[in-house]
Design a protein around this ligand. Structure first.
Ligand SMILES: [Zn+2]
Ligand SMILES: [Zn+2]
Length: 340
């Protein structure tokens, strides 16, 4: 089968002929129809420090997908060929303390699809039945192909009571943008988002951000009087992985504020701890999605009107994968979907 493979340790990604995966025991084999490119895929494409530390080559990359079940293993009980599905990209052990407590998103042995094992940028992927998510008929495959990152946004936004609160989102990448739409949908009072990329801030505006702030031009508290914010934000969603952005969030939180951290901050990040301690802030790390409550919540939000159509800015054929990665590198895009 055709697959996008990271085969040699240098920048780039290559379309190669690879053996089809075998569908045994409790596994499901999916014929991929749509995939979406993640920031993680770009890290792998660029072959940065994280990718060099983490990956064993060769590896089929990609973890955001939608497809049709082609075949099921002999022990599979809940799925059959022909069903349209996506899948949770974190394969958990099922036996550690957290897995057994029903907290699979905290599994200490999590393996990432397209990172620790072969991924979805291929004609077929095989994964355990327990990781499959059936897609409602009403949801387009393009949207279903990026349920994985939407799940990150939903997991972050649902971590705290958003209704009636002022929300600050740092970072307008696809997940930050999705978080704008989700926070509005669940009744936030104000949603303010910061970035340095005008293209992405424009999308945030379309998605209903109360205020978009290019922090190279304005500071966050400039918007307080216009939005009726008295002393700072109640909830912060850190989606940038940028230490300056994170510190600007800490500066602008109200006392007792709560923060969900999704962006991967560099280990060298220096924090003004006074902001956390004297303001009594609460911090929570987000890795992936709650299995499978986040999947349920996001499906039903989409079914009841959460609009994700503005998130997808490019739809290309898989033959144009190089162009897709070139666009990703410029940062002037929302979600890029590839049709197989
Ligand atoms: Zn992703
Ligand atoms: Zn586990």
């Amino acid at each position: 089968m055709k697959a996008l493979v990271k085969s040699i340790p240098k920048a780039g990604i290559w379309m190669e002929e690879t053996p089809e995966p075998i569908c045994d025991s409790n596994n499901v084999k999916i014929k991929i129809t749509h995939t979406a490119i993640c920031g993680t895929d770009l890290h792998i494409y660029k072959w940065d420090d994280w990718a060099q530390r983490t990956l064993k080559l060769p590896l089929i990359i990609g973890h955001e997908f939608c497809g049709i079940i082609e075949e099921v293993g002999p022990s599979v009980t809940h799925y059959k060929p022909g069903q349209r599905v996506s899948g949770e990209g974190h394969i958990t052990c099922g036996f550690c303390r957290n897995c057994r407590a029903g907290k699979r998103h905290l599994c200490e042995f999590t393996k990432g699809v397209g990172v620790h094992r072969d991924g979805a940028f291929a004609e077929y992927i095989v994964m355990p039945e327990s990781n499959i998510w059936l897609i409602d008929e009403s949801i387009p495959s393009e949207i279903a192909s990026f349920f994985d990152p939407l799940g990150n946004a939903v997991h972050s936004a649902l971590s705290y009571r958003v209704a009636g609160e002022d929300i600050l989102i740092t970072g307008a990448g696809p997940i930050g943008l999705m978080a704008v739409a989700v926070c509005n949908f669940i009744g936030a009072r104000n949603v303010v988002i910061t970035d340095i990329n005008e293209y992405r801030l424009k999308i945030a505006k379309k998605l209903g951000a109360s205020k978009t702030i290019n922090i190279t031009k304005k500071s966050i508290n400039d918007c307080y009087s216009e939005l009726g914010i008295k002393s700072g934000f109640d909830i912060g969603l850190e989606m940038s992985g940028n230490s300056t952005a994170f510190n600007s969030m800490l500066e602008n939180m109200y006392h007792g504020g709560k923060i969900a951290l999704l962006g991967l901050l560099p280990n060298s990040t220096i924090i003004n701890w006074d902001n956390i301690i004297f303001k009594g802030l609460k911090l929570k790390g987000i890795y992936g999605r709650e299995m499978y409550e986040t999947w349920y919540k996001m499906s039903e939000m989409i079914n009841s009107g959460l609009d994700m159509s503005n998130i997808m800015t490019h739809k290309l054929s898989i033959d144009q994968y190089q162009k897709a990665f070139d666009i990703m590198e410029t940062g002037n895009c929302g979600k890029i979907v590839l049709e197989w």
